[in-house]
Design a binder for this molecule. Structure first.
Ligand SMILES: [Zn+2]
Length: 279
C-alpha cells in the first residue's frame, strides 16, 4: 500500500479509536497535569491487566468503543513535573506502551498569606507537615477495587473558580509547589458533597491544608478536600455521590474561605475539570 493511503487509513482509524463520547471519562489531555487514555493494543486478557507507570499501578478500564483496536484502556495521570520531550512509558509484565505529551505553560500566581509560618515553617511545623504528608501519601497511593468504576463526577461545591489547577505559585514572593487542585470560592459553612461514591481514607487537621478529607473512589482514583470549617465524615465511611463531606472554610494556608479540591490518579494530581462532563 502506498504512503498516502496508509496515512489516510491511520488517520481514519485514529478518529474511530477515540470518539470522545463513547469512551468513559475522564476527558483525555496529554499534557503535564492531564490524563492520557492509552489503548493496550495486543492485550487480550479477560480481567483488567496490571499496568504501572513509574512506581504506581494505573487504572485500566474496558474499552467500550465499538471500533476498538484494544480491549483495555489505561487511564493515566500525568504529573505537572513531567517533561514534554521525555517519552512516557507504561509497563505490563515485559511489555511497554509509550505515549507522548505536549508542553503546557501554566500561568503564575502571586499570593500574600498573613501567617508567615505558612511560608517559612519552623522545624516543629516541618516535622508535623512530614507526618501529615506521609498520611496523605498513604491515602493517595491506596489501591482498592470497588464494583463500580467512577467515570463521572459532579462538582463538590457551588461557587466561583477562584484559582484554576496548575498555576505556578509564589507565596509572599517565594516560589512554592504548583497549584495541584481547583479552588472553589464560597462562604464559610457552604456544603461540600462527594462528587462520586467513595470511601473516606484520610481525615485530619493539617498544617497547610487545614481540615482535610481524602476519598478513595477505587482503582487509584482519589479526591482531596481542604481548608474546611467542619468535617462531617469519619474514617472508613462509605459515601454515595452527593453525600455531605463537610463545610467550606478558611483553615490552613489560605487567603480567604474556599474549597481546594484535588483529583488524583496513580498518586498524581490532575486537572479536576477533566472529570466534570461538559453538557
Ligand atoms: Zn487550592
Amino acid at each position: 500500500m502506498n504512503n498516502w493511503r496508509t496515512g489516510l487509513i491511520t488517520a481514519l482509524l485514529g478518529i474511530a479509536i477515540f470518539p470522545s463520547a463513547a469512551q468513559a471519562l475522564p476527558e483525555e489531555s496529554r499534557i503535564p497535569g492531564g490524563v492520557a487514555l492509552v489503548p493496550l493494543v495486543g492485550i487480550n486478557s479477560t480481567t483488567a491487566p496490571q499496568v504501572s507507570y513509574g512506581e504506581q499501578r494505573v487504572m485500566v478500564v474496558p474499552n467500550k468503543d465499538a471500533g476498538r483496536k484494544a480491549d483495555w484502556v489505561a487511564v493515566v495521570g500525568i504529573p505537572l513535573s513531567a517533561e514534554a520531550d521525555q517519552p512516557q512509558t507504561l509497563s505490563l509484565d515485559d511489555k511497554t506502551f509509550g505515549f507522548d505529551i505536549s508542553p503546557k505553560e501554566y500561568e503564575a500566581q502571586y499570593l500574600t498569606v498573613p501567617n508567615k509560618r505558612h511560608v517559612d515553617p519552623n522545624p516543629d511545623d516541618l516535622a508535623r507537615w512530614k507526618r501529615e504528608s506521609a498520611e496523605m501519601k498513604a491515602a493517595f497511593t491506596r489501591w482498592s477495587e470497588p464494583d463500580q468504576i467512577v467515570d463521572k463526577m459532579e462538582l463538590p461545591a457551588t461557587g466561583r473558580f477562584s484559582s484554576p489547577f496548575g498555576l505556578r505559585r509564589f507565596f509572599n514572593e517565594q516560589p512554592r509547589n504548583p497549584h495541584s487542585g481547583l479552588d472553589i470560592a464560597a462562604p464559610t459553612g457552604s456544603p461540600i458533597s462527594a462528587p462520586a461514591a467513595g470511601e473516606v481514607v484520610a481525615v485530619g487537621n493539617y498544617f497547610f491544608n487545614g481540615n482535610t478529607v481524602i476519598l478513595d473512589h477505587g482503582y487509584g482514583l482519589t479526591t482531596l478536600y481542604c481548608h474546611m470549617s467542619a468535617i462531617d465524615v469519619s474514617l472508613g465511611d462509605q459515601l454515595e455521590a452527593g453525600d455531605l463531606i463537610g463545610k467550606v472554610g478558611a483553615t490552613g494556608r489560605v487567603t480567604g474561605p474556599h474549597l481546594h479540591w484535588s483529583v488524583s490518579l496513580n498518586n498524581t494530581r490532575v486537572d479536576p475539570l477533566l472529570f466534570i462532563g461538559k453538557e
